[in-house]
Ligand binder design. Structure first.
Ligand SMILES: NC(=O)c1ccc[n+]([C@@H]2O[C@H](COP(=O)([O-])OP(=O)(O)OC[C@H]3O[C@@H](n4cnc5c(N)ncnc54)[C@H](OP(=O)(O)O)[C@@H]3O)[C@@H](O)[C@H]2O)c1
Length: 229
C-alpha cells in the first residue's frame, strides 16, 4: 500500500482526515509548514510526494491568490499522482469574494490531474470562531444569514471514502441536511462567553437565541448533497 499525502494535515479538517485514514490502516504522510514543508514555495514537496499515488489537498493559506499559487505548485509537482482529492466550498461559483475566487481557480488547477472535488459548507468550528470574535464587541451583531454548517468529522469521513476510491468527474457537495438562520441552527451548542454578556447593555440577540429551543442537532447524522448555503 502506497502512502497517502495529506496537505494541511495539521489543520482542523486535516487532523480529522489523518485520524480516519490512519484508523482505516493507511500509511499517512502529513505535509504542512509545521512538518517542514511549504506549498507556496514548494519546499519539501518532491520528498513528500515520493511513492505517493493519492494526495488529499486540504491546506489553505487563508488567502485566495496564495492558495492558487500553492495549488499550482502541488499540481505541477504531482505528475505521478493517480488521484488528487480536493476540498472546496459550496457556493464558490455564485459568491464573488476573493477567497472563493481563489478556491474556484484552484479547482480548475486540480482538474488538470485525475481528481475528485468535494464542496462542503462551513464547519461548526468556523461558525463558532466567527461568533466568538463578534461576541468580543460590546453589542454582538447577528448577521441576517442562513447557514448549513457541518461537523468536520462528517467531512473527514466522506473525504476518507473518496481518497480510497477512484477519481470522479464532477464536483460533489456535502452538507448538513438542514439550513437555518444564524445563530440558532449552526450554533445550537454555542453560548456567548460570560464577559460578552456582562458588557452588553441589554440582552443581546445571541443571548436570547442561546436560550431559545432548537431542534437542530450539533452533529448531523446523515450529511447529504446540498445546493449551497
Ligand atoms: N473551515 C471551513 O468552514 C471550511 C468549509 C469548507 C471548506 N473548507 C476548506 O477546508 C480546508 C481546510 O480548512 P481548515 O478549516 O481545516 O483550515 P485550517 O485549520 O486553517 O488548516 C490549514 C492547514 O493548511 C496548512 N498550511 C497553511 N499554509 C501552508 C503552506 N504554505 N504550506 C503547507 N501547508 C500550509 C496549515 O498547517 P501549517 O500552519 O503547519 O502550515 C494547516 O494544516 C481548506 O481548504 C478550506 O478552504 C473549510
Amino acid at each position: 500500500m502506497t502512502p497517502i499525502l495529506v496537505t494541511g494535515g495539521t489543520g482542523t479538517l486535516g487532523r480529522a482526515v489523518v485520524r480516519d485514514l490512519t484508523a482505516a490502516g493507511h500509511d499517512v504522510r502529513v505535509f504542512s509548514r509545521r512538518t517542514g514543508g511549504d506549498l507556496v514555495t514548494g519546499k519539501g514537496l518532491p520528498e513528500a510526494l515520493a511513492d505517493v499515488e493519492t494526495v488529499v489537498h486540504l491546506a489553505t493559506t487563508l488567502r485566495g491568490p496564495r492558495d492558487v499559487r500553492a495549488t499550482r505548485t502541488l499540481v505541477d509537482a504531482a505528475t505521478d499522482v493517480r488521484h488528487l482529492v480536493f476540498v472546496s466550498i459550496v457556493g464558490i461559483d455564485r459568491i464573488p469574494i476573493g477567497y472563493y475566487r481563489g478556491k474556484l481557480a484552484a479547482e480548475r488547477i486540480v482538474a488538470e490531474r485525475p481528481h475528485t472535488i468535494l464542496r462542503t459548507t462551513q464547519f461548526h468550528d468556523l461558525v463558532k470562531a466567527i461568533l466568538a470574535g463578534m461576541a468580543k464587541l460590546p453589542v454582538m451583531p447577528i448577521p441576517k444569514l442562513r447557514a448549513q454548517p457541518i461537523d468536520v468529522r462528517d467531512v473527514a469521513a466522506r473525504l476518507t471514502e473518496l481518497a480510497t476510491g477512484d477519481p470522479g468527474a464532477e464536483p460533489q457537495t456535502w452538507a448538513a441536511r438542514r439550513s437555518g438562520p444564524w445563530p440558532n441552527s449552526p450554533t445550537s451548542t454555542w453560548r456567548p462567553p460570560g464577559n460578552a454578556a456582562r458588557r452588553s447593555r441589554s440582552p443581546s440577540p445571541a443571548r436570547r437565541s442561546a436560550k431559545a429551543p432548537t431542534s437542530s442537532p450539533a452533529r448531523p447524522r446523515a450529511p447529504s448533497p446540498s445546493k449551497g448555503t
